[in-house]
Design a protein around this ligand. Sequence first.
Ligand code: NAP
Length: 217
Amino acid sequence: MGTPLLRFMFYPMDQLKLLGSSMRQMVGKKFDPEKDIIDQSSKVILITGGESATPIYSFNTSTQPLYTHELMRTPVGNTGLGKETVFQLAKHNPTRIYLAARNTAKAQAAIADIQKHLSQPADIHHLPLDLSSFASIRAAADQFTSSNNRLDTLILNAGIMDILPHRTKDGYEMDFGTNHLGHFLLTTLLLPTLVNTAKKLESEGKPPDNWRVDTQS
Ligand SMILES: NC(=O)c1ccc[n+]([C@@H]2O[C@H](COP(=O)([O-])OP(=O)(O)OC[C@H]3O[C@@H](n4cnc5c(N)ncnc54)[C@H](OP(=O)(O)O)[C@@H]3O)[C@@H](O)[C@H]2O)c1
C-alpha cells in the first residue's frame, strides 16, 4: 500500500480530500482547522507539552497562514502550540486526547481552559511525563498502554532551547536529552500500539496511513 497510486486506487475518497486540501493551500487558500482537520472520531491522540502558558497567541486562521509571527489573540488566551493543537483537535470529535506534561497543575489548568472554550466537552486527560527522565517516560508509556489498545496520532511537541547548560536525570545534555532522546524513547515504547492501530485500520478497510507521528520539537 506504499505508493500514492495504490493508495488512490484503494482509498480514493481519502486521497481526494488530502489532494483538495493541498491544492487549496497551493492557490493561496489558508489552512482552516475548522474545515481542514478531518473527523477524529474513534481516534486516540497523545501530545507532549500541551499545557504551556507561553504568551504566544492563537492563530486567526481566516486571515493568516497557520505558521506566522503575526499572531492574534483568540478566546483561548495564553497558549503554546501544543495547547492550541489540543484545542483544535478536540473540536473534531476524538475518542480521547492525552496531554502529556510534567506539571500537573499547569496541565489541569490548560485542560480546564480548553474545555471552557469548546462547544461540547472533549475527553482530555493529563498523562504525567517528564521528558528529561527515562524513568518518567517509561512510567508514562506504561500508564498509556495499560488503558489504551490504540494510538492514532502521536504529536511530539514539548521542547526546550537556549537553556543554561545542565543535564537530564540520566546524565545527557538537557536539550538533546529532552527534545531528542526523550521523544525517541517515548516513540519507541508506543510504536507497537501505533503499528497495531495501523493494522486494525487496515482490517476495518480504512487507510492505514490515517495514523501518524508528528514532530514539532
Ligand atoms: N513557537 C515557535 O515559533 C516554534 C518554532 C519552531 C519550533 N517550535 C517547537 O514547537 C514546540 C512547541 O513550541 P512552543 O512555542 O509552544 O513552546 P513552549 O511554549 O516553550 O512549550 C514547550 C512545552 O514543552 C514542555 N516541556 C519542556 N520540557 C519538558 C519536559 N522535560 N517534559 C515534558 N514537557 C516538557 C513545556 O512544559 P513546561 O511548561 O513544564 O516547561 C511546554 O509545555 C517546541 O518543541 C518548539 O521547539 C516552536
